[in-house]
Write a protein that binds this ligand. Structure first.
Ligand SMILES: [Zn+2]
Length: 894
């Protein structure tokens, strides 16, 4: 699935500080794979029949499970949650029926156990069961999606089962190593269509005017990949390499599926070639759901998305939209191999699914948009991961998972973005061809089965001839990453380079000690070491040779051109920070425009991080940003804008904040003036995206001329939509929303209600959430409980209002309405959602309030997310005390 980025603030949300690293891992073996269920019985096939009843928000299920008993056992243990078992009968190979007594439930493990009168002998059995379950409002298990638009209410019935919600739909072996075939039949009402992993095998009239739809049996797969979607939906399809590729959306939206369908067809050809194992199912559907489902979920053959991130209006779509949609489709399609065909053995190896899907999505999308510098822009996500991974509350990519809540919270920035950035570093070091060959061998060897990281290292080592396991374990089993100190001198015409490594830390121990955090990671933090592949090159002479730094330091002498500056990691593929000795830094800073794109981005990002960690003087950052004027790369502007936003948060409530805003406007305005408001024929799309970004930034920092022009363009756009270039619509809506009066706010609200698509509806609500006027912000927070506002928006609204300078208002509202807010979301999402609301605070008092609230109101399992949030706030509070006075002084009068 895609990482659920509820709000930008949420980047800081999850995970657990764990004690010991996983250690040397063994290759996959079913018997030793972690999990709750005994491994003496394995399911082979579920013949499953569901009869949903929307009116009562419930369903009836029956199934015949084909089982293999591997060892004699006196009980059958399987998962079931919020399911009421009516009957269960076990049938032996000889046809003998054994009626089973009602099962014992275990709430802690979400299992049921049938005790048997006598030990069951090994062999094949069938288990027949009937039960009743509930249709949920929150997105888990079988749920009802509700969408309200100008045409009225639309209901879609759908499943969302990853990681541990299949057990809410059917009693089953709900752990990824228990692969089985699913043979699904569903009774549906009149006038709707049904989609699942496989094509429809038969559809016949059923009682009550509906139909009974049976799907072909799936290949052996984990339970979390089962899918069912039922609604008033239309399918458009094409055929690629013999596979029926479909796009499924609500009636009347078929003109918006052309792009996703074309991108998907192109990606299918690319992945078939890259993996050298063709997509194995007869069909692949991309299914757009209107309401509450966020992001995408890679169910085998039936990928589900929120329509706002899949459908593309051909009339107004920008390149940015196509890049985003392409990236998401590529992520979910990469899972069809990484995750579905080859599945991680257990949730502690979730990164094998998610980091790979993310890495593959970046590569595939960069290939589809070669002019967009997407690999460079993907460093934003790597930077977010490094921010999180430099704090004491981080965790290793691989960590033990024993509870369901830990499986949920493994879906975080560390798994996705540190994992993906690590793979990019490894791919660059091993070479793209050797890396691909290793992946091909891995997929070929482990298809229809499960793996651990050790299986991957073995395949990559065989293909590359390099000691992958040793190198990789440093990065996946240890938290954090290194800071490389780089120094160099000329000695008799040759260059002598000294590189040292030490763990990079952004917070001091006192910040987290106050919060009473676990300290297991930190005792050994000072001694931690990595095998670091780092390229050392000379400016103008390529990225240079690799040094594999194994010890705490290395000392080497090379025949370089001593007069040209040394550049470390010029391609910006390393998951580490670099700190240059002062003369080396100065040499690079003065040659800023001549540095490769990746090197400029790395220098700026590392300098910002070092300054904030009190490991480099602020003057270094100021020296770089003064040279930014003509910068062409969006990725580098995004880094600078993120830095400005981070620093701006330190100034909330401070006298010098307006001076900082003037400083920010001074940095950004010249580039925006060069671009102008209007699109130019033939300009690269990057310039269009940059124009929009800078316009919004100037509005944010109060540039009157930009605000006035943005408001003028918004008013004209509302009356005459064709008057505004599509690339500026989001920015202009934000400017209008940020500086809205009552009339503008009402016109956004009307747009939100009448919007024909989720994309437009979400845009209008998001613009409303930026309002500066406290009276308007007070209206917006009420929408968090308005059932006609899409659930995704309801869930992000309070964090957005908080982020746009009304933190106290949103936080107070959240605490006063906690019951209603928590009732609207999944159990474990509470910690994440409430931490996100205060995530931008720079006040330790707010961290205390969050902690007190969480202890009083949230389940213990949600506290891991809260601790991350608290740590971020306390780190920022300490940074504010140290850096803001210097920053205020540094920017005054510039
Ligand atoms: Zn995913």
């Amino acid at each position: 699935m895609t990482l659920r980025r509820i709000a930008a603030a949420l980047a800081a949300a999850l995970g657990v500080a764990t004690a010991a690293p996983v250690g040397a891992e063994a290759p996959f073996a079913f018997a030793t794979t972690p999990g709750v269920l005994p491994k003496d019985i394995v399911p082979v096939e579920y013949a499953l029949h569901l009869r949903p009843d929307i009116a009562t928000r419930s369903f009836r299920g029956t199934q015949t499970i084909t089982l293999d008993v591997l060892r004699p056992t006196r009980s059958i243990v399987m998962h079931a949650l919020e399911i009421e078992i009516a009957t269960a009968t076990l049938i032996g190979a000889d046809g003998r029926h054994i009626a089973l007594a009602p099962p014992q439930s275990d709430a802690a493990t979400q299992t049921i156990a049938f005790a048997l009168p006598a030990p069951l002998a090994p062999g094949r059995y069938t288990l027949e069961m009937a039960w009743r379950g509930k249709i949920n409002g929150a997105v888990e298990g079988l749920y009802l999606d509700r969408q309200v638009d100008a045409a009225g209410e639309h209901l879609t019935l759908a499943t969302d089962l990853e990681p541990t919600s299949a057990r809410r739909v059917l009693p089953c072996w709900d752990e990824p190593a228990f692969r089985a075939r699913f043979h699904l039949t569903v009774d549906v009402g009149a006038g709707v269509s049904a989609y699942s992993n496989m094509p429809v095998a038969s559809s016949v009239p059923a009682a009550g005017g509906g139909r009974r739809v049976a799907f072909a049996a799936t290949p052996p797969m984990p339970s979390y990949l089962l899918a069912l979607v039922v609604g008033d939906l239309e399918r458009v399809d094409t055929t690629v390499d013999g596979i029926s590729v479909g796009a499924v959306a609500g009636r009347g939206k078929r003109h918006r599926v052309a792009y996703p369908l074309a991108a998907s067809a192109d990606l299918l050809r690319y992945f078939n070639e890259y993996f050298a194992v063709p997509y194995p199912l007869p069909k692949l559907d991309h299914i757009a759901i209107a309401g509450g489902f966020p992001g995408g979920m890679e169910n085998w053959g039936a990928i589900v998305y929120n329509e706002s991130v899949l459908l593309v209006d051909p009339a107004t779509a920008t390149a940015a939209t196509r890049q985003r949609v392409h990236g998401l489709i590529a992520h979910e399609m990469a899972h069809q191999w990484f995750g579905n065909l080859v599945t991680m053995a257990w949730w502690d190896n979730l990164w094998l699914n998610e980091a790979f899907a993310e890495w593959m999505a970046i590569n595939a999308t960069a290939r589809a948009f070669p002019e967009a510098h997407l690999r460079l822009r993907a460093r934003r996500a790597a930077e977010s991961a490094m921010e999180l991974d430099a704090r004491s509350t981080t965790r290793p990519i691989q960590q033990p998972v024993t509870r369901d809540s830990e499986a949920e919270s493994a879906f975080d920035t560390i798994t996705y973005d540190k994992g993906s950035a690590f793979l990019r570093m490894l791919e660059a070091y091993l070479g793209e061809t050797a890396f691909r060959d290793g992946i091909r061998a891995y997929v070929q060897r482990h298809r229809y089965s499960n793996t651990t990281s050790a299986d991957l290292w073995a395949a990559l080592a065989a293909a590359s001839g390099k000691p992958v396991a040793e190198l990789a374990a440093d990065w996946t089993t240890q938290p954090g990453f290194p800071l490389l100190d780089v120094d160099a001198q000329c000695e008799r015409g040759r260059r002598r380079i000294v590189v040292g490594q030490a763990p990079f830390r952004a917070d001091d121990d006192s910040a987290s000690a106050t919060a009473g955090m676990g300290t297991g990671n930190r005792t050994a933090a000072g001694e931690r070491r990595w095998n670091v592949p780092v390229q050392l090159g000379t400016l103008g002479a390529g990225a240079g040779d690799y040094l594999l730094l194994r010890e705490t330091s290395a000392d080497l002498v090379r025949d370089d051109d001593c007069a040209a500056p040394l550049v470390a990691d010029a391609d910006n593929v390393g998951f580490f920070r670099v700190r240059y000795a002062a003369p080396l830094f100065d040499a690079l800073a003065t040659r800023w425009p001549a540095l490769p794109d990746g090197a400029r981005l790395k220098l700026l990002a590392d300098t910002s991080a070092l300054v904030r960690a009190d490991q480099a003087p602020l003057a270094r950052w100021l020296a770089l940003v003064e040279r930014i004027d003509d910068e062409p790369r969006l990725a580098i502007w995004d880094q600078l804008l993120a830095d400005l936003e981070r620093f701006d948060r330190l100034g909330v409530g401070e006298a010098a904040r307006p001076a900082f805003h003037r400083f920010a406007v001074g940095l950004v305005a010249p580039r925006f003036a060069g671009l102008g408001w209007d699109e130019r024929a033939g300009e690269p799309d990057e310039a269009r995206q940059l124009r929009a970004r800078l316009a919004a930034t100037l509005s944010r920092y109060g540039d009157e001329a930009t605000i006035a022009e943005g408001q003028r363009r918004f008013a004209r756009w509302v009356a005459e939509p064709a008057s505004l270039a599509p690339s500026l619509v989001n920015a202009v809506a934000e400017i209008a929303g940020r500086h809205a009066d009552v009339a503008t706010y009402e016109s956004l609200r009307t747009l939100a209600r009448r919007a024909p698509t989720s994309e437009e509806r979400f845009r209008a609500y998001r613009a409303m959430a930026t309002a500066r006027d406290p009276a308007l912000a007070a209206l917006t927070v009420e929408l968090a409980l308005d059932r006609d506002v899409p659930q995704i928006i309801r869930h992000e609204l309070l964090a957005s209002v908080a982020r746009w300078d009304h933190l106290e208002l949103a936080w107070t509202y959240a605490r006063e309405h906690a019951d209603a807010l928590l009732a609207d979301m999944k159990l474990f999402d509470g910690g994440r959602a409430f931490a996100a609301i205060v995530a931008t605070s720079a006040s330790a008092a707010t961290a205390d309030e969050l902690e007190a609230f969480a202890r009083a109101r949230l389940p213990a399992d949600a506290l891991v997310d809260v601790r991350r949030g608290e740590d971020e706030i306390r780190t920022r509070a300490a940074l504010k005390a140290r850096l803001w006075p210097e920053l205020a002084n540094g920017v005054t009068g510039r």
